[in-house]
Ligand binder design. Sequence first.
Ligand code: FES
Ligand code: FES
Length: 156
Amino acid sequence: MVVRTRVNGEWREADVWPGASLLTMLRDSLGLFGSKNACEQGECGSCSVWLDGKLVCSCLVLAPQAHEREVRTVESLGAAAMNPVQEAFIEAGAVQCGFCTPGFIVAVTDLLQRDPAPNEISVREALSGNLCRCTGYQKILDAVALAARRIREPST
Ligand code: FES
Ligand code: FES
């Protein structure tokens, strides 16, 4: 079936198997490889995208469910230059293999859009669905704190 979805501001069409996931559609039909497939079970958050502004695991959404809806992927962030969250992850050393990073970047961006000054419990809660297999999580928490500070005080 043909699924028509507004992806990162542009209407796109994909001819997909009705049982295909949104993640498969994004990667295999639309060539958007930023969202990663690490578990395909909703366990790791590597495939996080926004569907009509709500954070979802795209591996758990059927592609037809995105028909005539709005999807934003990690590719929408920092298209011209890195956004503060991306910069903070690099500066804080929160990226190792980088496989989980797009999902974290999306989840952190989502959190900081809702709450630019989250406390540590809110951060841990917001990132509880994201798994990193490489790094200790402390550097990721440091990156979130740095990004939050930069968003609140851009000159720091
Ligand atoms: S690939 Fe979707 S949650 Fe892991
Ligand atoms: S940096 Fe490798 S899985 Fe997170």
